[in-house]
Design a protein around this ligand. Sequence first.
Ligand SMILES: Cc1ncc(COP(=O)(O)O)c(C=O)c1O
Length: 367
Amino acid sequence: MAPLSPKPRPGVLDIEAYVPGESHVPGGLKPVKLSSNETPLGPSPKAIEAFAAAGTALERYPDGQASALRQAIARRFGLNPDRIVCGAGSDELISLIAHAYLGPGDEGLYTEHGFLLYRIVILAAGATPVVAPEKDLKADVDAILARVTPRTRIVFLANPNNPTGTYLGIDEVRRLRASLPADVLLVLDAAYAEYVRRNDYEAGLELVATTENTVMTRTFSKIFGLAGLRIGWAYCPAAVADALNRIRGPFNLSAPSIAAGAAAMEDWSHIEAAVRHNDEWLPWLTAEIEKLGLTVTPSVANFILVHFPKDSGRDAAACDAFLKQRGVIVRRVAGYGLPGALRITIGSESDNRKVVEALAAFAGSQA
Ligand SMILES: Cc1ncc(COP(=O)(O)O)c(C=O)c1O
């Protein structure tokens, strides 16, 4: 008889683990890493300073309320700090929300090419994932509403979405909220909100403030340049903040994270510089890649989705391998139902030029 061994809950081993963007290339080349939507500007010098200062008292537990960080966020956006919950990346908050509001028999909804973590956290909570189709690589409010059932507990919407870079205007988001049943939590994942330059876009602060059933998550990993520290925050109705605070780890953010995040929030000129950089290079990269005869989905974030022909040798997989040989790492997105595309982060000027050169060489090698 086989010896007994511990078994995870049913379903856990059916979950496909999240595959992060790659960071290594063959031959020890220094990679041009454009695979994880990190900022080429790095963090604010003030955040680096605060991080270093926090390193002098590592024997102490951090403030379990992350008060300095919540207050800095509240000041910046004019929010009630009691309704802000911080997490080790917005990943942790998305996971906490799923664990607080989903269980076996419940359904969690997300869209066809939506951020892959949603599926993982829904399954991890023992619930059933339900996928709404998108239209032209963009979330479709009617399709989402059509998949709502009495078992639906959460709708996750990345706005803008990763990996498509598309977004829903605030009127559509409001329509979604107004048409969802009141007991369905709408989670607006606004990881790339700071990059968006569109008059009809809002991250969702007002919706959170004026409804009892909408949460917005944000991150310090993208435009703030602090991905390595793992800092995220959620703006929540009071009852949701209460639920999340009951189940989160009591010290879920480290002291250096709290200090660096708070300092980063105070340095808005750094964020503005990152927005200006993106405003310059997002259109440039899009146009240069289109000149090579490839299709680019119009993006409002700090990355673009590039579509390749299906022909063997010219497809996304072949291009990915070609780029990697030249030290350029981009993101395959087959796991998002987009086997014919690659996602490319807007990098520094030199990285952007290198990726275009490498793509041109790939196109030339196929001609
Ligand atoms: C849409 C979206 N949401 C959330 C995250 C998670 O970010 P983090 O956990 O680093 O805050 C990411 C990261 O890629 C993302 O693209």
